[in-house]
Design a protein around this ligand. Structure first.
Ligand code: GLY
Length: 387
């Protein structure tokens, strides 16, 4: 731990104390929910009522496992376990499984298996990993994102999206857990494709790429979450930053560390321009400006982890940038009111060009809370690396 973190210890402890004090109450209130956002009164909604298979449904349980890993408070464990139970319903319908099974089961059942040794948790996470590895195209060396017909007019069999790199954590874990290297080989081949085709020379990224399914060659980039195909959606960049680091941590391949550094530097340079709270797209014109705190919360986690793998002067630079991002969230959009359910506001779900009503874009989203909590644990020296 460098002097950058120790120099911020007072702020870290006071932020952590407010977070834990609030979340142990929310854990009880929302125990039987799969929250995504909140209503006008700050009360969690419940995706188990309408979209039980939604890609974000693992973040609530994952956040509960993180809080349990740090505090050993049973309230967090009980809520995390309820979350795992609710998610098992997704397996009932095969067509709801896509590339996001890592977000769902790595953060919940794989975490449960690692923290409690429960065999049913291990099985559920391994089933999810088997499903993810079945999406690997061995001719093209990529993992397809979506199922047939998810987006009419798009060749879903041959589209990759940057978000998938976060899901690879599930494959690395499954490979170690079973001794079957097929999982990690698929993960690394996909990551190698991302280095060549999604990450641009300046460190920005394409969200969606269409490939030739027979040999994996780049055909075109498509517009997706950001302003346009060649703009830079900030959460997509955050996925690339943390995803590259996750691949580095699990394989020790230096090219993944280099990719993390390159993408991080682009993110830091651009986020410093907006007082450390990033826009949803770094290359959108001003009239499309909306904040996205989820991008910086995720990136802060990656930078704190990256700091463990670089020289001391570099580590200080990355830790300092991470703390600036987290302090900006704390000052501009954190909510410690114990009577409401969300922790971090100003997230942006989607920001495509045609979505012109920017005023409705910013909202609390569960993964903003998750990454803010993950970052707090890292700052306090917790060694449980959930990815
Ligand atoms: N994985 C979808 C998103 O980041 O919005």
């Amino acid at each position: 731990m460098t002097h950058i973190i120790t120099g911020n210890s007072e702020w870290i402890e006071s932020t952590w104390s407010k977070t834990d004090s609030k979340l142990c109450k929310v854990a009880v209130r929302s125990r039987f929910k799969l929250p995504y956002t909140v209503d006008e009164n700050g009360v969690h909604n419940n995706r188990n009522d309408d979209m039980h298979w939604w890609w974000t449904n693992g973040f609530w349980g994952g956040m509960m496992w993180l809080m349990y890993a740090e505090t050993k408070n049973e309230a967090y464990r009980l809520t995390a376990e309820e979350s795992c139970k609710m998610l098992s319903r997704i397996f009932e319908e095969f067509d709801h499984l896509d590339h996001d099974v890592g977000f769902i089961w790595h953060l919940t059942e794989a975490a449960r298996s690692r923290l409690t040794g429960e065999r049913t948790a291990r099985s559920a996470a391994l089933l999810a990993a088997a499903s993810l590895s079945s999406r690997f195209n061995p001719c093209g060396n990529f993992i397809r994102a979506w199922n047939e017909g998810t987006w009419p007019g798009i060749d879903c069999a041959n589209v990759t999206i940057i978000d998938t790199v976060m899901n690879l954590a599930l494959l690395y874990w499954a490979s170690r857990e079973t001794g079957n290297s097929a999982f990690s080989i698929a993960a690394q081949k996909h990551m190698d494709m991302v280095l060549e085709q999604h990450i641009r020379p300046d460190g920005s990224v394409y969200h969606q790429v269409v490939h030739d399914g027979n040999n994996g060659a780049f055909k075109e980039a498509l517009p997706g979450q950001g302003y346009s195909a060649d703009s830079c959606w900030s959460r997509g960049l955050a996925w690339a930053i943390y995803g590259s680091l996750i691949s580095y941590v699990h394989t020790r391949e230096k090219k993944y560390l280099d990719a993390c550094i390159k993408t991080s530097n682009y993110f830091i340079a651009n986020t410093a321009k907006t007082d450390w709270l990033p826009p949803a797209d770094f290359r959108a014109p001003k009239e499309y400006f909306a904040y996205d705190s989820t991008a910086s919360a995720c990136t802060a986690c990656a930078l704190l982890e990256l700091a463990k793998h670089v020289s001391v002067p570099e580590a200080e630079m990355y830790e300092s940038a991470a703390i600036s991002m987290l302090r900006a969230i704390d000052e501009k959009c954190a909510n410690y009111d114990e009577n409401t359910d969300y922790l971090v506001g100003l997230g942006t779900e989607r920001c495509p060009r045609e979505d012109v009503d920017r005023s409705k874009a910013e909202m609390p989203i569960i993964y903003g809370d998750f990454f803010y909590v993950e970052a707090m644990l890292k700052l306090r020296g917790n060694q449980f690396f959930i990815w």
